[in-house]
Design a protein around this ligand. Structure first.
Ligand SMILES: NC(=O)c1ccc[n+]([C@@H]2O[C@H](COP(=O)([O-])OP(=O)(O)OC[C@H]3O[C@@H](n4cnc5c(N)ncnc54)[C@H](OP(=O)(O)O)[C@@H]3O)[C@@H](O)[C@H]2O)c1
Length: 290
């Protein structure tokens, strides 16, 4: 590994989880948190607690940041005294923000001679460091190459997604949109199942068998959007319109929350009304398109 010293700024629930994989790999981990008590469990594992933010920045050439938000991070980092200390160092930002904030940070870093990557952690703290843990990073490829080995300590699915600083953030937003969509749909499904006094575990079993259909629909939708071609011979919008209307009727009949299915129905009906009755379900995308 190119970096034997790494500094961690922010030891909240996620920030603290980023440290142990580095300690286990034999890296000297210097940690700093506004509330110093959160450093104690990490010190017990072998980390070194910096007595000040300045000392933490001085301690390593690779600095990993995980704070509540960009305002907090900018207030700490974008001070003249710190800017001088940072020159030539690498900062990896895992604080959640939006793509504009990521790009503004990248620009600030470029102006003061700091190597900068911006990232997103796509899992919970307990998963950090495991082979299945997914993280995203973007920024100059040379910077990624200079610390990729260290970054991969954080999860087996650490993924570099390109030179634009905001790319990791945009993809994070896309994947989280999928995450919420799936989870909300699951709650709708569970309510319909339990209203009929069926066992929730049956849904888990059925879902396992149905998953290939969901996966292939995702792949077909991405391909259709990429080609801007929503035609096909599988199932027309007309058929899907009857499908979602039927689901809506079933939810209402069961007496459960039905606004999500009402929304699905509205989208499909609007797509059909726009003259796309013969297209595939993917043509609903025409309502979302920028
Ligand atoms: N938890 C997750 O599952 C998860 C998953 C993916 C991404 N993330 C992202 O990771 C980041 C941190 O999340 P978290 O779960 O660790 O949150 P958290 O437990 O609430 O920790 C927030 C961190 O920000 C620090 N902080 C807040 N205001 C500050 C200030 N004015 N000055 C200095 N430090 C300040 C806190 O310091 P104190 O301890 O002194 O309050 C703490 O270190 C967020 O951007 C979050 O979106 C979290």
């Amino acid at each position: 590994m190119k970096h034997s010293n790494v500094t961690f700024i922010g030891l909240g629930q996620m920030g603290a989880a980023l440290v142990p994989p580095f300690i286990s790999a034999g890296v000297k981990a210097t940690v700093w948190n506004r509330s110093p008590a959160k450093a104690e469990p990490l010190v017990a594992q072998g980390a070194v607690a910096a007595t000040s933010f300045v000392e933490a920045i001085k301690a390593s050439d690779l600095i990993i940041v995980c704070l509540a938000d960009y305002d907090t991070s900018n207030a700490l980092f974008q001070q003249d005294e710190i800017t001088l200390l940072l020159k030539g160092k690498t900062v990896v930002q895992f604080t959640t923000g939006d793509a504009r904030q990521a790009q503004a940070s990248a620009q600030w870093a470029a102006e003061i001679g700091v190597q900068y990557l911006d990232g997103a952690i796509m899992d919970y703290p307990t998963q950090v460091g495991l082979p299945e843990c997914m993280l995203l990073l973007s920024g100059p490829e040379a910077v990624w190459n200079s610390c990729s080995e260290e970054m991969k300590l954080l999860g087996g699915r650490m993924t570099y997604v390109g030179a634009k600083a905001g790319s990791a953030n945009v993809l994070d937003g896309c994947l989280l949109t999928m995450y919420y969509g799936n989870t909300f749909a699951l709650m709708q499904a569970a309510a319909m199942l339990q209203a009929e006094k069926l066992d929730i575990k049956d849904l888990g079993t059925a879902l396992g068998a149905f998953k290939p259909v969901i996966d292939s629909t995702c792949a077909r939708t991405i391909s259709a959007i990429d080609r801007n071609d929503f035609s096909g011979n599988e199932a027309s919008i007309q058929v899907h319109k009857l499908g979602v209307q039927s689901l809506l009727g079933r939810a209402k009949g069961a007496g459960v929350e039905s606004r999500l299915l009402q929304l699905f129905t509205d989208f499909v009906e609007k797509t059909a009304a726009n003259g796309r009755e013969a297209d595939e379900l993917t043509s609903v995308y025409t309502l979302f398109k920028p």
